[in-house]
Design a protein around this ligand. Structure first.
Ligand code: HEC
Length: 263
């Protein structure tokens, strides 16, 4: 009886220690993997932030646009989110702060993606651990989605069977305000340029968020603005006078075209 018990104990002990060895070996290989990963340039995908992002954000967000699963989209793909946030917040710390702020408090006032708000409604206010959220925002800045999928899915701006699209009086005067702001603009101060970018974007946002526009008309309004969102965003953020001047020049041209399509 005693020997049997001893045997069982012995077996148990070897089993446990064996298991521990295995665990150690596993731990070791895991740390080798992380070490390799940190040596590797593409750390974004192996980072803790990226893993958290997979758990907490991919329920709603795809990473990249996927035309085959367009119907299943609940939120803009992260590639698009990055495209909107990086030109506005090129500095990593500012990017992280901005992303954390909008997630902690989604609002039409602060959105950089009015098109997405119109399409999907505001992102629900979810409560996240702030340290985890910081890591996620960092990963969102770091991941490189490559260039292959960056083309726009938007169609070109089109007329309404050869006619102009009819917009409300308020929208047309809003456009007028923007056109005048752009035309009257004169400054050598980059901060004043940045403010112009913010003003133009805020005025444009009112139109993009106007839910009296629906269907094809909304699509066309969206096509017009998504074409110039990058220009508005970089005007809001650029530190280069030359770039700012260029953006203003482009915006002037584009807004002049507005009245070719809308009235
Ligand atoms: C329940 C669905 C849902 C989850 C989960 C979710 N989002 Fe969103 N998110 C949305 C929707 C819908 C939008 C588009 C509307 C908007 O911009 O508010 C959005 C927009 C955004 C925007 C753009 C905000 C703007 O308007 O400028 C960012 C940034 C963002 N999400 C980041 C995240 C991150 C990071 C996570 C994970 C921590 C996450 N989201 C989880 C639904 C979700």
């Amino acid at each position: 009886m005693k020997t049997k018990l001893l045997l069982v104990l012995l077996l148990l002990v070897t089993f446990i220690s064996c298991n521990n060895n295995k665990k150690d070996a596993y731990k070791k290989s895991e740390s080798v993997v992380t070490e390799l990963a940190t040596e590797n340039k593409e750390t974004a995908y192996t980072s803790k932030g990226y893993k958290l992002m997979q758990q907490k954000c991919f329920i709603c967000h795809f990473e990249k646009p996927d035309p085959a699963r367009r119907d299943q989209m609940l939120a803009p793909p992260f590639l698009r989110v990055q495209e909107h946030y990086k030109p506005t917040y090129p500095i990593k710390d500012e990017f992280i702060t901005a992303v954390m702020e909008i997630i902690n408090n989604p609002s039409e006032e602060n959105t950089l993606m009015p098109g997405a708000v119109r399409k999907f409604n505001l992102m629900p206010k979810l409560v996240y651990d702030q340290e985890e959220l910081r890591l996620i925002a960092e990963a969102l800045y770091d991941v490189d989605y490559g260039s292959a999928l960056k083309m726009r899915m938007n169609q070109d701006l089109q007329m309404n069977n050869g006619e102009k699209w009819k917009l409300s009086q308020e929208t047309m005067s809003q456009i007028n305000v923007i056109v005048n702001d752009l035309n009257d603009f004169k400054s050598d101060d980059i901060l004043v340029y940045n403010q112009l970018g913010k003003d133009v974007f805020n005025d444009a946002k009112v139109i993009m968020l106007d839910d009296s526009y629906e269907g094809e008309l909304w699509e066309q309004i969206h096509n017009f603005f998504s074409d110039i969102e990058d220009n508005m965003h970089s005007l809001m953020a650029t530190k280069s006078l030359i770039e700012a001047e260029n953006e203003v020049a482009i915006l002037k041209i584009k807004f002049k075209e507005f009245t070719n399509y809308f009235e």
